[in-house]
Ligand binder design. Structure first.
Ligand SMILES: Cc1cc2nc3c(=O)[nH]c(=O)nc-3n(C[C@H](O)[C@H](O)[C@H](O)COP(=O)(O)OP(=O)(O)OC[C@H]3O[C@@H](n4cnc5c(N)ncnc54)[C@H](O)[C@@H]3O)c2cc1C
Length: 127
């Protein structure tokens, strides 16, 4: 693994400023990113750990959309009443992804290969 700097900001504004630098990668739970770094596929110079940003965890329902925070665990999204009602295939895919431990502790998957993102790409959504 190549050397890198590690920073864990306390505010979203600071995180965004740090993440805007070239060759910087965001770390959420680390389950995908650390594997990719070990394999030399991802080689960031700087890592910004967003796990202190509580505002990124949780889901908010609006009249026309549901916003899912980047740090919301997969199991929390799958259990959300509005997701179960309006996006049953998303709830189902998240219930079947990975292991219970990963579903409880890690993000719904920013990884382009994640099952739920493939599913969402067939619907109107933004990241
Ligand atoms: C044993 C195992 C089994 C798995 N099985 C499945 C499965 O069946 N189905 C499935 O879909 N997935 C599966 N996964 C993948 C799992 O869903 C992902 O590892 C997990 O969701 C990634 O979340 P994380 O919080 O650990 O992200 P990280 O590893 O921290 O980040 C993943 C990527 O997203 C980027 N990122 C993170 N947060 C942000 C952000 N806020 N903004 C922009 N980019 C960001 C990171 O830079 C990185 O490139 C499995 C993983 C493991 C280890």
């Amino acid at each position: 693994m190549r050397p890198f700097t590690y920073q864990r900001p306390d505010s979203l504004a600071e995180a965004l400023a740090l993440a805007a630098r070239p060759s910087t990668t965001v770390l959420a739970g680390g389950t995908t990113l650390v594997d990719l770094m070990r394999q030399g596929i991802e080689t960031p110079s700087d890592i910004v750990d967003i796990r202190r940003l509580a505002e990124l965890a949780g889901s908010t329902v609006y009249s026309d959309r549901i916003e899912i925070g980047a740090l919301t665990p997969m199991s929390r999204v799958a259990e959300h009443a509005a997701v179960r009602t309006d996006f049953p295939a998303l709830a189902q895919s998240l219930q079947q992804a990975a292991s219970q431990q990963l579903r409880n502790g890690h993000g719904r998957g920013q990884c382009p290969a994640a099952d739920s993102l493939c599913l969402l790409s067939g619907r109107e959504f933004s990241v």
